[in-house]
Design a protein around this ligand. Sequence first.
Ligand SMILES: [Zn+2]
Length: 302
Amino acid sequence: MTRVLTLFLLLFGSAATAEMTVTQVTDNSYALVGPIGNRDAENLGNNSTHGLVVTPQGAILIDAGGSFLGAQALHQVIRDVTDQPVKYVINTGGQDHRWMGNGYWKAQGAIVIASADAVADQRDRSSMQLSVLDALIGNENLTGTEPAYADITFDEYYDLSLGGVTLQIQHQGGAHTPGDSYVWHPAAQTVFTGDIVYISRMLGVIEVSDSANWLEVFDEVAALGPAHVVPGHGPATDLARAKADTRDYLENLRNRMRDLIDNGGDVISSVTVDQSGFAYLANFDQLAKRNAQAVFIQMEWE
Ligand SMILES: [Zn+2]
């Protein structure tokens, strides 16, 4: 079965498994692409894209999944890609889909890695995130989900080597969440960005986001010159598309908000700034005005 699916992947590049689509990005790198809408009972909190790097000595998963059962569902998808055990799980940030599945992976013997800032954010928001998940995916689907935190933490960089592959994990300050990191796989010219990059859907600026530094962090990712970008939401892509769907959106919102603030605008009027150039992104109606308010609140103090 595994061999058949792997052959299928090699021939066609991607295959759908339940709600996750697997895309082979390079010979040893994959994107596990979940749905781009909200968390629900079907996706078990995995409304997100995850990375997978397979080596002869084990696999590395980038982002744990949104719940214990969500992590288990991810594991099923991974088993169709490789027989290698998942040895390491990297949490690229503090959103639930980056880390709420940690307990499942620790029970499988995996070692979890995250920035110290991500762990602090996870601890701060774990009970709120569990309440939201309870409402969105349902209490029965939260079975087994307990906050569990990284075994290895780092301040700014961590090099992870396994089976002849070295991944460079970089935390350059907050973006979508305070502890966001990106994972650079130089041999594959592939970057796994977590919530630093959203493709096809509108990004979310939330209370803990830092929209100013988010642009700086994006520029660090761009400076790597990646051939492949595996985002935190949406399909694997290239740098030009990542810039269009994420950086250009955020920059437009901030520039227009700066003008509004300079002209005496307030938080009520903040929702009127023109974001129509990005109406092609999924979730525009649900998120555009909320993002405007969140950016206003941050920029008022810049
Ligand atoms: Zn996210």
